[in-house]
Design a protein around this ligand. Structure first.
Ligand code: NAP
Ligand code: G4F
Length: 342
């Protein structure tokens, strides 16, 4: 039996996928909490080949951050040495439309989990290390660029406000109760497993489907928005590294480079020999009431203390996502030709 047992909330999400693969490679026994039914609209590609073999090794538990009793039961059954809290209503635009639900899951859900861990640790005498998925969105209307661990938070949407709550709860459990608890303040990270309603995947998927004649137009919001985009596979390494340090701390994880939504469009459509101007239109309903100022991270602490650095460039990331979405569009085309409809 492995001496390392990890419990991941949000196992069905993008980061849950990459983190579980990394931990399995490290010899961990990996458990994940999944909800009985998935949220709309989060279709994610089914794992195939080596990914499917890895997914089959994960022990799944039905649970919800909003069910504190269920969380306690799972924790006392699993007896984790590390808990990674990745679960969230993580879509910023949705948080404007559904602020109370978002705050309940992100803020109170994290507190439910921290309380369950504290009680388990106190009753069992076993140490449990805790990772909280904090977000660059917490900097919001940031007073400086790039942002570091010492930049004040000024959140600009319900999701970010709730993440600030969860951040400080995590710090408080470290300081008040001696829990080994870390915040990873991660900037946008993407992959072929990104949900289809985040801008990167929305663009790479649309470009591929337009190329194959499966879609005619792409409707977007703010094309001037800029983000510090990295690869999810790189970022989950930092999560794990944080919990392997001698002492808990909080870390910014970012590439330190920003690109605009227009850069994404140029990259994705350009790879397929298409001009995005011919296909993209703007719908004002996709504009957010407010946007953060230029989010760009200074990951010096993570580089210095964890030895972490991003390996995948923006261009390679876009290439990887377009390639995966082109393969998916080809499968869709084959099924359509065979008479299958969604
Ligand atoms: P994601 O793909 O949206 O995954 C979110 C996960 O949370 C899904 O597995 C979802 O389950 C689960 N979940 C939602 N509500 C839940 C609830 N009430 N109880 C239990 N599980 C619930 O997000 P991600 O991109 O992997 O991000 C992971 C975490 O990092 C999130 O907390 C996100 O806010 C944070 N973060 C992400 C980024 C980024 O750029 N990706 C940057 C900074 C921080 P279903 O499948 O059932 O919906
Ligand atoms: O892809 P997005 O929805 O990501 P956003 O809002 O930056 O949030 C993501 O990253 C955060 C880390 O900073 C995470 F905490 C959070 O959980 C999530 O993973 O939007 C990126 C930008 C925005 O400025 C948005 O206004 O793209 C702009 N955008 C333009 N058109 C669009 C669209 N975003 C989406 N989702 N859909 C559009 O059609």
């Amino acid at each position: 039996m492995s001496e390392h047992t990890a419990l991941i909330t949000g196992i069905t999400g993008q980061d849950g996928f990459y983190l579980s693969r990394h931990l399995l490679n490290q010899g961990y026994c990996v458990h994940g909490i999944r909800r009985r039914s998935n949220s709309f609209p989060a279709p994610r590609p089914e794992p195939v080949g080596a990914d499917a073999a890895a997914a089959a090794q994960v022990h799944h538990h039905i649970g919800d951050l909003l069910d504190p009793i269920g969380l306690r039961r799972i924790i006392s059954n699993v007896q984790p040495t590390e808990v990674y809290n990745l679960a969230a209503q993580s879509h910023v635009q949705t948080s404007f439309e559904d602020p109370i639900y978002t705050a309940t899951v992100v803020a109170m859900g994290t507190l439910n989990l921290l309380e369950a861990i504290r009680d388990y640790r106190d009753a069992s005498g076993r140490e449990v290390k805790f990772y909280q998925a904090s977000s660059s969105e917490m900097f919001g209307k940031a007073s400086e660029t790039p942002q570091s661990e010492s930049t004040p938070f000024r959140p600009r949407n319900p999701y970010a406000c709730a993440k600030v709550h969860a951040y400080w709860q995590t710090v408080n459990y470290r300081e008040a109760y001696g829990l080994f608890a870390c915040n990873g303040i991660l900037y946008n990270h993407e992959s072929p497993r990104r949900g289809e309603n985040y801008v990167t995947r929305k663009i790479t998927r649309a470009a591929a489907r337009i190329k194959l004649g499966l879609q005619e137009r792409l409707v977007l919001g703010n094309l001037d928005a800029e983000r510090d985009w990295g690869f999810a596979g790189d970022y989950v390494l930092a999560m794990w590294q944080m919990l392997q340090q001698a002492a808990p701390d909080d870390y910014v994880v970012a590439t330190g480079r920003t690109h605009s939504v227009r850069d994404l469009l140029n990259g994705a459509f350009g790879l397929l020999g298409l001009d995005w101007h011919d296909y993209v239109c703007i719908d004002e309903r996709l504009l957010r009431p407010v946007e953060p100022t230029r989010l760009c991270g200074d990951a010096s602490r993570a580089r210095r203390q964890l030895g972490w650095q991003p390996r995948v460039s923006f261009a390679t990331l876009v290439h990887m996502m377009v390639e995966a979405d082109l393969a998916a569009a080809e499968r869709e085309q084959t099924l359509l030709a065979a008479g299958y409809t969604a």
